[in-house]
Design a protein around this ligand. Structure first.
Ligand code: BG6
Length: 256
């Protein structure tokens, strides 16, 4: 049974599942804020969950971030899958350092899983005008259809201010985040502690509304510093399998 390997700390997992109203939570020991290898442990756990959930639809949509980069680092070929997996980048690039971009991460995952990949060659933050013209490009439309057809989605959650600064966002957005108390970021959406969207970056690629119950979503996010972000995101966020660490889990429990 694959699940035996990935479940530790069962009591904590049960409590977190109830607080966040999720169908499944897997917690790895440690706090990735302080122990860098814990991020790789979350990565490996995510790979095992992916392996257990893979179906005939082997298209996997991938987001960016250092946590997803750790998933790529720990990737290996899926044992039960007959077909080679196809990793599709669900986000464009340029806003982040190259190693944290979805494109880089999905190419690395494909290499390590002995699969294929498809990148999304667009900037991550767009003006209204370029958004419309780029959305009409045939090659981009094709990528978007592929992303929408994905059988699984893997994404991270960030702390709002950390992400806004990392993306070198405008002073206006930084002020808005402060004033409206945004705590979480995912998919280019910024959320306050009640899960209300206070800002949305115009991006081409997978949108939050496109996540539905039909395909599994795996969220990978940990570290004590992300406790508020994780809790805020799941106030309104989709049901998913959450892979996190003890640092985040203990802090969320303390807050409730
Ligand atoms: C970004 C994703 O690339 O990574 C965000 O687009 C997410 O949605 C972020 O919040 C998380 O980054 P990290 O480095 O904390 O895993």
């Amino acid at each position: 049974n694959v699940m035996k390997h990935v479940s530790g700390i069962p009591q904590l997992e049960k409590q977190l599942k109830n607080i966040l109203h999720l169908s499944r939570v897997v917690i790895v020991p440690g706090n990735s804020d302080e122990q860098p290898w814990v991020k790789n442990e979350m990565g490996l756990t995510c790979v095992k969950v992916m392996e257990s959930l893979i179906t005939d639809n082997t298209v996997i949509a991938i987001m960016g971030g250092t946590t997803l980069a750790a998933v790529a680092e720990m990737m290996h070929p899926f044992k039960q899958s007959q077909k080679k997996p196809l990793f599709v980048s669900a986000r464009g690039g340029l806003g982040e350092q190259v190693e944290n971009q979805a494109n880089t991460i999905c190419a690395k995952m494909a290499e390590k899983a002995d699969g294929h990949y498809r990148m999304l060659h667009v900037p991550d933050q767009l003006s209204e005008e370029s958004y419309h013209s780029l959305s009409m490009e045939p090659s981009i439309r094709e990528s978007l259809l592929l992303i929408q057809s994905a059988g699984m989605v893997i994404h991270g959650i960030g702390d709002a201010m950390t992400m806004a600064k990392r993306r070198r966002s405008s002073q206006e957005l930084l002020d808005k985040i402060r004033k409206e108390h945004a705590v979480a970021e995912a998919f280019g959406y910024y959320f306050d502690q009640n899960g209300k969207v206070i800002h949305k970056v115009k991006t081409i690629g997978l949108q939050l509304e496109e996540l539905n119950d039909e395909r599994p979503v795996i969220t990978v996010a940990g570290g004590k510093s992300k406790a508020n972000a994780i809790e805020a995101f799941f106030k309104k966020g989709p049901d998913s399998v959450l892979v996190t660490d003890e640092g985040a889990a203990q802090q969320i429990l303390q807050n409730n």
